[in-house]
Design a protein around this ligand. Structure first.
Ligand SMILES: Nc1ncnc2c1ncn2[C@@H]1O[C@H](COP(=O)(O)OP(=O)(O)OP(=O)(O)O)[C@@H](O)[C@H]1O
Ligand SMILES: [Mg+2]
Length: 311
């Protein structure tokens, strides 16, 4: 069953395009990874689900959640969606958790808003903390954010995200601000908890391997467009788009130690600066005239004119 659906989503700011023709669906319980270089539109895509877009953003096309267009929800509907059906986990937990209130206040806020009494809300919050691996829950509930490490605080944010029993979690680089070992633990907890509860996930990361480990499908974005969508377990064997292949080839670990790490050659384009044909044409080693002139439609998993030639 389709839970979330983007159909020809376009977002622009003034005459500046940000997202173009984003079409993607997320099934109930499915995890979809969004990868791509900085500025490709990953955050804007997930933010458009809950309409957390920059002031003045113009949106066309549709984002549907459980079949209803988000544009038609109104303020109350949007608020309900943000506090119940869709939970968000961002890069920096300290930007999300009120620094002067206790962890317990943060965790129980939404439940209290839903009419749950304080004792029950605290009990649920403590349960949720132990599920994400936070020991000594009652002590933690009384602490304030500065008393917790970044990794611990991100677990608190994940606990809060799970508390309202959402259908979808939007995770925008949830571990980028954490050290490497903590990153792995936090991703493992998010992965385990959302699988156990069959919560759908949109997971933004720069790390293709991580996306492939956590997600069912991967959508690759470049210059405000999705250029390829494929099952995560076939990322290495079936990636067809030259941009996806360039990303795969630029990962650390694919180069023998001591050799220079390859990156995708050329300068990343935005939706504003991208060429009129294929957005990747000016960086693509295979590009032909038609790539520069005509925007490729999706054929199978990728939007590329040269799928047959580039095999
Ligand atoms: N508040 C804003 N005002 C104007 N333009 C913005 C704003 N936020 C993002 N953009 C532009 O929108 C485009 C897409 O940005 P977005 O943040 O979605 O990229 P991203 O893929 O999440 O990148 P990153 O990996 O760096 O987080 C970029 O060209 C960016 O410059
Ligand atoms: Mg981003």
């Amino acid at each position: 069953m389709t839970l979330l659906e983007f159909e020809n989503l376009r977002v622009s700011l003034g005459d500046r395009p940000i997202l173009r023709n984003v079409t993607l669906s997320v099934a109930a319980g499915e995890a979809v990874g969004l990868v791509g270089e900085s500025g490709s539109g990953k955050s804007m895509t997930v933010r458009s689900v809950v309409r957390l877009l920059p002031e003045g953003a113009a949106v066309t096309g549709a984002v549907r959640f459980e079949g209803a267009d988000i544009a038609s929800l109104g303020a109350a509907g949007l608020r309900r969606m943000r506090s119940r059906d869709v939970a968000m986990v961002f890069q920096d937990p300290r930007a999300v958790v009120n620094p002067v209130r206790t962890v317990g206040d943060f965790l129980t806020e939404v439940l209290r808003d839903q009419g749950v009494n304080r004792a029950d809300a605290l009990r649920k919050a403590a349960g949720s903390l132990s599920e994400v691996g936070v020991d000594d829950a009652s002590r933690r509930l009384a602490q304030r954010p500065y008393e917790l490490s970044g990794g611990l605080l991100q677990r608190v944010v994940i606990a809060a995200a799970l508390l309202t029993e959402p259908k979808l979690i939007l995770a925008d680089e949830p571990t980028t601000a954490l050290d490497v070992t903590t990153q792995e633990e936090v991703v493992a907890i998010l992965d385990e908890q959302r699988r156990r509860r069959s919560v759908a996930l949109m997971f933004i990361t720069h790390d293709l391997e991580l996306a492939a480990a956590v997600c069912d499908r991967i959508a690759v974005m470049y210059a405000g467009e999705i250029v390829e969508i494929l099952p995560a377990d076939r990322l290495h064997t079936e990636a067809r788009h030259p941009y996806t292949r360039a990303l795969l080839g630029s990962r650390p670990g694919t180069v023998p130690p001591g050799q220079r790490l390859r990156t995708v050659p050329g300068v990343p384009q935005s939706a504003l600066t991208a060429p009129p044909g294929c957005v990747f044409a000016d960086r693509c080693p295979h590009a032909e005239d038609r790539c520069r002139d005509t925007r490729p439609a999706f054929r199978g998993s990728a939007a590329c004119h040269l799928l047959e030639e580039v095999r």
